[in-house]
Design a protein around this ligand. Sequence first.
Ligand code: GCV
Length: 879
Amino acid sequence: MRLRRSLKAIPLLAILFSALLPLPAQTADQAWLNYQKMNGWTLFPRNIRTLGSGAIEQSAMRELNRGLGNLAGESAAGLSARALESVSGETILGTAEEFRKLRPDVRIPSDLAPGAFWFSRKDSNGKHRLLIVGGDERGVLYGTFNLLRPRDDKGFPLEVRESPAMPIRWVDEWDNIDGSIERGYAGRSIFFDAGHVRPDLTPATEYARLLASIGINGCNLNNVNNASAFFTPAMFKQVARIADAMRPYGVRVSLSADIASPQKIGGLSTFDPLDPTVQKWWSDKVSEIYRLIPDFGGFTVKADSEGQPGPASYGRSPADAANVLAALLAPHNGVVLYRAFVYNHHLDWNDPKADRARAAYDIFHPLDGKFAPNVIIQTKEGPIDFQVREPVSPLFGGIPHTNQAMELQITQEYLGQQRHLVYIAPMWKEVLDFDMRVNGASTPVKQIISGQSFHRPLGGIVGVACVGQNNWLGSPLALANLYAFGRLAWNPDLNPEDIAAEWTRQTISSDAAVVHTVVNMLMKSWPAYENYTGPLGLQTLTDITGSHYGPNVEASERNGWGQWHKADHNGVGFDRTAATGTGFVGQYPPEVAKIYESEATTPDNLLLFFHHVPYTYKLDQPGFGGKTVIQYLYDSHNDGAAQAAQFVTDWQSIQSKLDPALFADVLPRLEYQAGHAIVWRDAVTQYFLKLSGIPDAQGRAGRYPNRLEAEDASLTGYTVIDVNPWEDASHGKAVSCGESARKPAPGGDPAPNSALKGHDLSRAGTAPKESGASAPAATHCSATFTYTGQPGAFNLAVQYFDLPGGSAQFTLSINDRQTDTWSASDHLPSQRPNGDNSTRRIVRNLTLKPGDTIRVNATPDNSDPAALDYIELLPQPAN
Ligand code: GCV
């Protein structure tokens, strides 16, 4: 017994020990700035100099030298004579002003705006001359990165001139002072740890490099929830170190500000923004910050939202609060990004007029024109919360006299949490291109937020990135989203497919087959995810009060949060029309409202967001095949899961052309996704089959002929349990080993970071209960199945639940011969077996004949009870 314990302690010690070792420093090369990969792409004269001495210009020069370093590292032998010749000459970097002063002999464009650049390559007197000219220092840096970027087959251009589409191009990090990250899926903060700024800020500088390479100029460092802990003198000093680390790449830092800070940490009895003592408190804070960080960007504010306090406590408006802060920041060139994500999360589901989607417009439209010139209203792209598909928020058309920014989410909270491949740029592009038709004129959202449509001085785009210590976003292919965000912020007219190709060339390989395959996978990934999670405007049908990850259809009903789909026995969808629904549709300008008001003209992919229709409603628009809503739900979930499986095959098809480490890193992620897409498919189709009572015309929903259910197996030690929600397990049941030994988290399953967010689970109505097995704890369990089909060769899927807090062990034996063993050691959400952690293991190439026994042996570990759902025999592919 003692021996067993000490043996068990070895891996634990190893984990603890490795946790104490410093992680190897994270660098921008791990993302897309790997000049080794781009070797030889860009040839430029090696004699490089800058006209100015500013830090950002020096960064530009360093960047060229890095690129050159790799070019030179290729050695003369590796370069053709022509290439070597083409790099002789000079490269000159400088701002337009510096050129005018110091090199009046050189002709440059006269009207480069801040951030803009122009570069040109010319032959002069037999020598090459490359000029990189910026409207300011940032422009020089952006031009340099542009020059270093591998291009498509058209080759290296002789002249390029570009300028950013909008002034605000920021990322938001939701980092907490203890180093955790709300909605972060890539480990801990690169900035903070245990109440302090990290001693080594090399990753912060590397992050700034990455951001600058795609034109991002601001980074809001901390979580919008509970931000007051950051507003102490000691913390300001430390944040100044982050600002120093990021400044050389032109990235200004800013902070989320908690409106209640004067009371929470300032010792005042009030936080009323119009109270003079409160204003004095903010004024002192702002002065203190700018003494330390002269180029501080400003404040991001979440107020009166999801438990965060705000001006409403004193009957004040968002404009009152925003303007007080703005007045203090204005002399320093700082701004307030006031978030329009303000809503009541105690809505009454039974009230047919209650609608969370209305909130932002209802609150902010009446305030249009009342905000100070340096306030920007930051609105999430859709009216709910980063769902797999939403219509564009009508607020973009509703405050023409106010500066606006669009908030997008790069971190994949509702989009598979970086475990699923979802390239979001095509969704962002649809949103940016959407024409709001304000006053009956063309007003695409991208032009509204850039300030162009309504002649606003400020505006822009903010991406919630939540990068962490684990390769920035955790999964290598997820980095395409960060890259695409920056490219679209720079130029929203770019095409997501071209951006994907650009990213692939820099990050993976320039090989044509690789670029083709990866771009194809990326472009198909959002539609696939939408298909298997929530098509037709249903939104992501996940556990909205908990993990926001796996399927939980019922969670989006009967809660106060207002993320509802209103499915009943007869129909599905939320009537938001002006005529019979909540009136949300009326918030759009008339031409758009007219489209959404009618079922016939609402795009089918948003139908259920706007309308409640019978399951038998026919989808007549192109691409929807004239199917009924219910049949489309069945089909799309099957198509989506099939597409996810195809990603595995696609990736395997380019194995020989990929870096082996990258191949090996990505493959299991795609395999996992393919398995989890099946969990999604089955959960949603079973749910709607039961609710509607209408069968799947193709007979797939709820029928799994090749499955052997664990609850029907011959069980030793295992107890049959009800899975909650029922649709997350085949037939609602599973078996669990050592149930009574488990120590579920007190109070059930909290939402990740729920304490921070203030999510009120008691109102959720879906707070999970542990299924109450009381059998003595088993230390080993087995489920034995007898094969009764035809003899043949199969792959076999074992569907089990991989719970956190332990690494249960599984083995699979055929006729008592062990054929596979694995441990359930992933870190998936939820403390109980459900769709968050339902996981598929595929054992390949088994031959079976009637009477063979298939046994799954399991050993639970701590809070992981080695729960098992079913096994499934899969036909083997022909090869
Ligand atoms: C930072 C959603 C997320 C929260 C997030 C909130 C917001 O509700 O689940 O984690 O809190 O949006 O954007 O403020």
